[in-house]
Design a protein around this ligand. Structure first.
Ligand code: AP5
Ligand code: MG
Ligand code: ZN
Length: 214
């Protein structure tokens, strides 16, 4: 399966991506995770990306598209992949379509996790991520078994740099102006499936599996 997960910041893309990738055995390609990994290891890409991410703005298209193309040509993406957080602009979507065509590939599913803007602040401000494996938690909606400690690897839970009120508001602005137009783009150029992202995590994944199994 080759799919894209669309959704506002904090809609639950990363959370659902983990469950989908485990069930369908496909690699999880999150541009945000790739950038954060590069930031934590201080690569040249990380240094560039950090300037934008910390302000809640998009990393420039050329850098981002290169990252995704380099990842998509790897062997493990041959039979499927899940893109989380890419594309995020109509230009990125057009470039992705051209690229997939050039390697004789197509998309099977574009899935929107639909969450009203009123949910976004609490989802992002309450998020904690594992500093060693990247797993994501929420202090209220998905707490770890032990406070501040990752269930999977016992790593320390930290808050993302861009999960403060000011930056979340900017990310939401950017989403509305630059990424939301992708909903119409995919409705016109492809088939867009939508799942209600207001439900709890397991209900959302149950509904996603119903769509993907069809
Ligand atoms: P990225 O890392 O992609 O951030 P984002 O799009 O803002 O999305 P998030 O990761 O914040 O949210 P999510 O939907 O994954 O939600 P999650 O599952 O964690 O991008 C970060 C930055 O990188 C961007 O701002 C940009 O600068 C740059 N970037 C990345 N891709 C780019 C691109 N293509 N082009 C240019 N720049 C790019 O859930 C959120 C919280 O809610 C968690 O705490 C979770 O536990 C909780 N939660 C999840 N589901 C539920 C539920 N159903 N009910 C209750 N709580 C829930
Ligand atoms: Mg995410
Ligand atoms: Zn961990």
């Amino acid at each position: 399966m080759r799919m894209i997960l669309l959704g506002a910041p904090g809609a639950g893309k990363g959370t659902q991506a983990n469950l989908i990738c485990e069930k369908y055995n496909i690699p999880h390609l999150s541009t945000g995770d790739i950038f954060r990994m590069n930031i934590s290891t201080c690569t040249p890409l990380g240094v560039q990306a950090k300037k934008y991410i910390d302000k809640g703005q998009l990393v420039p298209d050329d850098l981002t598209i290169q990252v995704v193309e380099d990842r998509l040509v790897r062997e493990d993406c041959k039979d499927g992949f899940l893109l989380d957080g890419f594309p995020r602009t109509v230009f990125q979507a057009e470039e992705l379509a051209k690229f997939l065509q050039s390697i004789n590939n197509t998309l099977d599913v574009v899935l929107l996790i639909d969450v009203p803007t009123g949910f976004i602040l609490e989802r992002n401000i309450g998020r904690r991520i594992c500093s060693s494996c990247g797993s994501s938690y929420h202090i209220k909606f998905n707490p770890p078994e032990e406070l501040g400690i990752c269930d999977f690897c016992s790593g320390k839970l930290i808050q993302r740099n861009d999960d403060n009120e000011e930056t979340v508001k900017e990310r939401l602005n950017v989403y509305t102006t630059q990424t939301h137009p992708l909903i119409d783009y995919y409705k016109t150029n492809h088939f867009l499936s939508t799942v209600d992202g207001r439900d709890d995590i397991l209900t959302v994944s149950k509904n996603i599996f119903l769509i993907l199994d069809n």
